[in-house]
Design a protein around this ligand. Structure first.
Ligand code: TYD
Length: 206
């Protein structure tokens, strides 16, 4: 059997990374082999692309940003994601394709149809399951600010992050079977149980 591909999505500070541990212990409790990875920067050319994309000094247009994200993704798929899935190993990726629709589409305002065209051109597959960590940008950005120095995306104004959240919610309406919302405004235990319940429902459906 080939492995399952699960992605984690949400605005900055929405709690994706905190829930990664919950997901890992859940998979271990079910004896599922998995790897964790992330975008941008998960593939062999990712290190350089990631620093170009996140560095505040980078002078890149929204279109160039979109192309770099997609190039990073295809390289990540070819070298990490697809070989693992073929071996039957599950892949958990911190961000993937929905981030491009949300950030470059919703946030930067690039036409969704242009992103669709690139997805077709590069033949980008959809994940089997996506956990969308949903939180108001006001709370999320407060959390993100307390973490470390802000990168090129985190320093954008609140309205930018609001547009990203709206696009994520639109995507979740469009792909209700695949995208499951986790309410990140709740306390840690409640978020953890939503994550476990989502994974367990997903396994039951397999
Ligand atoms: P990262 O430090 O990994 O942030 P986070 O902890 O929030 O995941 O930075 C990744 C940034 O790149 C994040 O701000 C979202 C952005 N991004 C896009 O704009 N488009 C994309 O397709 C992807 C994968 C990420």
């Amino acid at each position: 059997m080939s492995g399952k591909f699960i992605t984690l999505e949400g605005i900055e500070g929405s709690g994706k990374s905190t829930s990664l541990e919950t997901i890992q212990s859940f998979l271990e409790s079910r004896d599922i082999q998995y790897i964790t990875t992330k975008e941008p920067g998960g593939g062999p050319i990712g290190k350089e692309l990631r620093s170009m994309l996140l560095n505040k000094e980078s002078k890149i247009s929204s279109e160039v940003e979109l192309l770099l994200m997609m190039a990073d993704r295809r390289n990540h798929l070819d070298n990490i994601v697809l070989p693992s899935l073929e071996k039957g190993t599950w892949v958990i990726s911190d961000r993937y394709l929905d981030s491009t629709y949300a950030y470059q589409g919703g946030g930067r305002g690039i036409d969704i149809s242009k992103i669709d065209n690139l997805v077709n051109l590069l033949n980008i597959p959809l994940p089997h399951l996506t956990l969308l960590f949903d939180l108001s940008p006001v709370i999320a950005l407060e959390r993100a600010k307390n973490r470390s120095e802000l990168d090129r995306f985190e320093q954008e104004p609140l309205v930018f992050h609001g547009r990203i959240r709206d696009e994520y919610l639109r995507l979740s309406e469009l792909h209700q079977e695949r995208i499951k919302i986790v309410d990140s405004s709740l306390n840690f235990d409640e978020v953890e149980s939503q994550v476990k319940e989502t994974l367990s429902n997903f396994l039951d459906e397999e």
